[in-house]
Design a protein around this ligand. Structure first.
Ligand code: PRP
Length: 209
């Protein structure tokens, strides 16, 4: 197990693109892209083992050393603040974290703002920087329905194409930050598997250019 490079990929379309980058960087394991329910794949020649994890769980595997390397969005990293090294911006999975709400929403600074979000830490930090009192309503998905049903005044959420907002008659009020996918490493793997990790980073830098 230990001479393999263990890689946690975020399950989904972004993860598939990330795998293709890793393959081009010299760590192939074509079985990863086969249509199956299998979650762990290894290539003994390339000494690499990939596994699919829920995107928000990737930093947990990496911090605890179950994975040496992982790929996670900057949103997830800022929200969970894992004790890992962030090695590279992969320049993909680009989107933004934004405040959005109903088009006719008018801010009333005398009232506590109700904010629905999957990202309570990012939202709290943002409004603290504005000295604005808020009430966080933590949801796990379909955030856009919160202001429509008057569960919240606004949402703090990911906007990629803007389609979800548009189709629900919502609009962006503020962009909080731009997001992209990052390569992260377990701190002790970074020391003990330095040769493989260096080779991976060098290969990925070439692919990114
Ligand atoms: C994300 C995000 C938005 C949507 C934005 O949701 O929370 O709802 O994508 O993408 P768009 O700007 O391209 O429309 P996700 O698909 O992860 O689903 P969930 O949050 O509802 O689980």
């Amino acid at each position: 197990m230990s001479d393999y490079l263990n890689v946690a990929l975020p399950k989904g379309r972004l993860g598939e693109k990330v795998y293709v980058m890793f393959e081009k960087a010299g760590f192939p394991c074509p079985e990863v892209l086969e249509d199956s329910r299998k979650l762990i794949f290894e290539n003994p020649e390339a000494k690499v083992r990939y596994f699919w994890a829920k995107p928000s769980d990737v930093p947990i595997y990496v911090q605890r050393g179950a994975a040496d390397i992982g790929v996670a969005g900057k949103d997830i990293l800022l929200e969970s603040d894992p004790d890992v090294y962030e090695l590279l911006d992969l320049n993909m999975g680009k989107c933004r974290m934004a405040v959005a709400g109903k088009k006719d929403f008018r801010e009333n600074t005398h009232r506590t703002l109700r904010v629905a979000t999957k990202f309570p830490n990012i939202a709290s930090g943002y409004y603290a920087s504005l000295s604005r009192d808020i009430d966080i309503i933590k949801l796990n998905g379909s955030i856009e329905i919160a202001p429509i049903l008057n569960l919240s005044d606004v949402i703090v959420d990911i906007v990629e194409t803007g389609t979800t907002l548009k189709e629900n008659n919502l609009e962006v009020f503020e962009t909080i930050m731009h997001i992209s996918a990052r390569l992260i490493a377990n701190k002790s793997s970074f020391k003990f598997k330095d040769e493989q990790i260096e080779r991976l980073c060098a290969g990925l830098r070439q692919v990114i250019q």
